[in-house]
Design a protein around this ligand. Structure first.
Ligand code: GCB
Length: 638
C-alpha cells in the first residue's frame, strides 16, 4: 500500500478516496524542500467554490466514480455536449488561503466535500517541470489541472507538491481541487479533537517551476562535534556522478560532491567561524545549493541539540525551555493562521512573555511559523496530530501518521528552531498504542537523528502522588507530560502537596497545564472561570514544577483562547477553549503577567534560584535511583 522512502524519494501516499469509496487508486505527491524559496506563480486569491455535501460532483447516483465530474469544469451553455448541472464561473468565491468556515456564515459548521476552481494563465518553460504546491488542504483532497487528475492527498496540516507537468500548457489553464474535511475514525487526527475542524485550502497554493533535474530534498546540519556542516542533498532526475555544490556565501565557503546512484550526495563543509544559532543570537546564513541548472537559496541556522542525562544541551550547554503552547489559529480575526501577520502576532506575544521556546500544537503549523521562529530565536516543539483515541490497532492509521511525520520533517528539517519532534498527545495506555508510537519514535530517529523525539504523556494519579511511568517514555529522548491540577482535578493549591514520581532519568518538559478564564471576568481566586482562578493555578503550579529534578522546560496551555466545539458554556466559553493567557480579542489575562514575571526571573537566574531548593520528595519508581539534587539550569550562553 504505502512505502515510506526516508531518503528523498517520492512519498507514496496511501490510497485516498475523498469519501468512503475504495474505488480511487493511490496517487503520489512529494514535498519540495525549501518550496517557499522557489520561483512560483501564486494561485492565492479568489477561487470559485461549490458545496457538495452528497459528493454528487464526484459520484453518480449508484455511487460510482463519475467520468464527467465537476473536475472537468464543464460549461453548461454548450448544451449539446450533455447535461451540465454546475457552473464554477457563476458560483461564489472563497479566498485562498483560508478556511471556509470563517468566510461565510453558512459554512461555519460545514463538514464535507467542497470544490474549488480557479483559472490561471501560465507559460511552462520547455524541459522544466511544474508542481502544484498546496500548503495545506484539510483533510483529504484531490487536485485536477485542465481536467486531468494530478494527485490525491490525505492529512490536513502538511504541505505537498504534485507534478502537473503533463497537464499544464501555455495560455489559459484551470485547476480544480476537491477538499473534504469529514472527520474519520481512521483519520489522523481521529473523530474528536479539542479544536475546530477548519476545512479548505487553508494555506498558500502556487505553481512551482523547477528544471528537469532539481533539488527536491536535503538535510544540512551541524554535526555533533560542531566541527562541520554535514548531511546530504538529493537531486531528482539526475544521474550518478553529477555534481552538487553547497556554499555559504557570507563565509566564502563551498563544497562540491558527486551524486551516488540514489541521486544523493554526501556533504561536509568545515564549520570553523560559523556562529551557532541560539535564542539570544539567532544567526542565520544564506545557504546556496546548486545542481546542474537548479539553484536554491535557503536561510539556515546551525546548532546542536542533544540530551545528556536529564539535561537538554543546546550547542553543548544546558538549556531551560521557557515556552508556551500555541494553536494554529489566527489571533483577532479567527480562523486558520496562514499569514506573516498571524505568525508575527503569535510569536511576538510569545517573545513578550519571555519565551525562548514554543510548542506548536497539535499539528504542523504554517511554514511561516517555523521560518519566523528561526529568525526570532524561538526553539520549537513540532507535532503531528496523533491525538487522543486514534485507531492504534489499524496499520493504515499508522501509515497515515508516518506519512504526516515524513512530510513534516522533510519540510522543516532546514529550520534550526525545530528541536523536538512530537509524535503524540495524551494517548490511551494500551499495548497497541505503545507499539504504534514506538514505531513512530523509531521513524523519527531514522529520519532525523539530529533532533529529539518526544510526546505529551498522561499522568497516573494516586492521591497526592503523581506518576509519569508510561512505558512509551523508554522510546523518547525527552518526556513530555500534561497535567491539569486545579482544573480537571483537585484545586490549585493541591499542587503544593503533590509528590511527583518521574519514572525516567530523562529531561522532562511539562507540555501542558492551565485552566480557563474569561478575560475581564474577575472574582476571588477560588472562583472558577475568573482571571484570578487561572492566575492561582499558575501561582501554585510554577513552584511545584520547579521542584521536579528532571524539569527542563514547560509550555503552559495556551497562548490564546481558541475555537473548540467541545466548549459550550454560554456567556463564558461560547465555543472557545478559554485557557488562553490572551483572549481571542487580544486582551492579556492576569496569568500572562505571572508567567512573564517568572520567565524574566528564570531567564536571569536559572530556575532553582527563584524557588527555594527543597528536599526532593519524588523518587524514581522505575529505576529506584536516588533523585538528583536540584541544580541550577544554566542560561543559554552561560
Ligand atoms: C489537553 C489537550 C488539549 C486541550 C486541553 C484542554 O490535555 O492536549 O488539546 O485543549 O487539554 O483544554 O482540555
Amino acid at each position: 500500500m504505502k512505502r515510506l522512502l526516508w531518503k528523498g524519494l517520492w512519498i507514496q501516499v496511501i490510497a485516498v478516496a475523498l469519501s468512503a469509496s475504495p474505488g480511487l487508486a493511490q496517487s503520489k505527491t512529494t514535498v519540495l524542500a525549501d518550496a517557499d524559496h522557489r520561483k512560483a506563480l501564486s494561485l492565492d486569491g479568489d477561487w470559485h467554490y461549490i458545496v457538495d455535501p452528497y459528493d454528487g460532483g464526484l459520484y453518480n447516483f449508484h455511487r460510482e466514480i463519475r467520468t464527467d465530474g465537476f473536475f472537468l469544469n464543464g460549461a453548461p451553455e454548450t448544451g449539446s455536449s450533455g447535461l451540465v448541472e454546475y457552473d464554477f464561473g457563476k458560483s461564489p468565491t472563497l479566498k485562498v488561503p483560508g478556511d471556509w468556515n470563517t468566510q461565510h456564515d453558512s459554512l461555519f459548521y460545514y463538514e464535507g466535500l467542497l470544490w474549488y476552481e480557479r483559472d490561471f494563465r501560465y507559460q511552462p518553460v520547455a524541459g522544466h517541470k511544474t508542481f502544484l504546491h498546496i500548503g495545506a488542504a484539510n483533510y483529504k483532497s484531490i487536485a485536477w489541472v485542465n481536467g486531468q487528475e494530478a494527485c490525491r492527498h490525505e492529512g490536513g496540516f502538511t504541505d505537498f507538491d504534485c507534478d502537473v507537468s503533463a497537464s499544464v500548457h501555455g495560455g489559459r489553464n484551470f485547476v480544480v481541487v476537491a477538499v473534504d474535511n469529514t472527520r474519520l475514525a481512521d483519520g489522523v487526527p481521529t473523530l474528536n479533537t479539542d479544536w475546530w475542524n477548519y476545512g479548505g485550502l487553508t494555506r498558500d497554493v502556487s505553481l512551482i517551476d523547477v528544471p528537469a533535474q532539481y533539488i527536491d530534498d536535503y538535510d544540512l546540519h551541524l554535526n555533533r562535534e560542531r566541527t562541520a556542516i554535514e548531511g546530504s542533498v538529493h537531486v531528482e532526475g539526475a544521474a550518478a556522478g553529477e555534481e552538487v555544490t553547497v556554499s555559504l556565501p557570507e563565509l566564502n565557503r563551498s563544497v562540491s560532491a558527486k551524486l551516488g546512484a540514489d541521486g544523493r550526495a554526501a556533504i561536509s563543509l568545515p564549520a570553523a567561524g560559523v556562529e551557532w544559532w541560539t535564542p539570544e543570537h539567532p544567526r542565520l546564513y544564506n545557504v546556496r545549493l546548486q545542481a546542474a541548472s537548479d539553484r536554491l537559496d535557503d536561510e539556515m541556522g546551525f546548532r546542536t541539540i542533544e540530551v545528556r542525562g536529564t539535561d537538554i544541551l543546546l550547542n553543548g550547554k544546558p538549556v531551560f525551555l521557557r515556552g508556551i503552547s500555541i494553536h494554529g489559529e489566527a489571533p483577532l480575526r479567527g480562523g486558520r493562521a496562514n499569514s506573516d501577520q498571524d505568525a508575527a502576532t503569535l510569536l511576538g506575544w510569545a517573545k513578550e512573555l519571555g519565551c525562548n521556546y514554543v510548542r506548536l500544537a497539535h499539528y504542523p503549523h504554517d511554514q511561516r511559523m517555523t521560518r519566523m521562529a528561526d529568525r526570532l530565536g524561538l526553539m520549537v516543539w513540532s507535532e503531528i496530530p496523533v491525538y487522543w483515541a486514534e485507531n492504534f490497532g489499524d496499520r493504515a492509521v499508522l501509515a497515515k501518521a508516518e506519512q504526516q511525520l515524513q512530510e513534516e520533517i522533510r519540510r522543516d528539517r532546514d529550520k534550526a528552531s525545530v528541536v523536538l519532534w512530537s509524535i503524540a498527545n495524551e494517548t490511551p495506555l494500551t499495548p497497541e498504542r505503545t507499539a504504534f508510537l514506538k514505531t513512530l519514535a523509531g521513524d523519527v530517529h531514522g529520519l532525523d537523528p539530529t533532533r529529539l523525539v518526544t510526546a505529551a504523556l498522561l499522568v497516573r494519579t494516586e492521591g497526592h502522588d503523581k506518576y509519569v511511568d508510561d512505558p512509551l517514555g523508554a522510546a523518547l529522548d525527552v518526556i513530555g507530560m500534561n497535567e491539569y491540577i486545579g482544573w480537571y482535578e483537585q484545586l490549585p493549591q493541591d499542587a503544593d502537596t503533590t509528590v511527583w514520581h518521574i519514572g525516567y532519568q530523562k529531561p522532562l518538559i511539562v507540555s501542558e497545564f492551565g485552566g480557563d478564564a474569561k478575560a475581564g471576568l474577575h472574582g476571588k481566586p477560588t472562583q472558577r472561570w475568573t482571571e484570578e482562578y487561572q492566575a492561582s493555578i499558575f501561582q501554585h503550579q510554577l513552584p511545584m514544577l520547579a521542584k521536579i529534578p528532571q524539569f527542563r522546560g514547560l509550555t503552559p496551555w495556551i497562548l490564546v483562547d481558541f475555537r473548540s466545539p467541545m466548549r459550550q458554556l454560554p456567556g463564558v466559553q461560547d465555543g472557545y477553549n478559554r485557557k488562553g493567557l490572551i483572549s481571542n480579542h487580544g486582551e492579556k489575562k492576569e496569568a500572562f503577567f505571572i508567567l512573564q514575571k517568572t520567565y524574566r526571573e528564570w531567564a536571569n537566574d536559572g530556575v532553582s534560584s527563584v524557588v527555594p531548593v527543597q528536599p526532593v520528595t519524588g523518587t524514581n519508581e522505575r529505576t529506584r535511583a536516588p533523585a538528583p539534587a536540584q541544580k541550577k539550569v544554566a542560561r543559554p550562553g552561560e
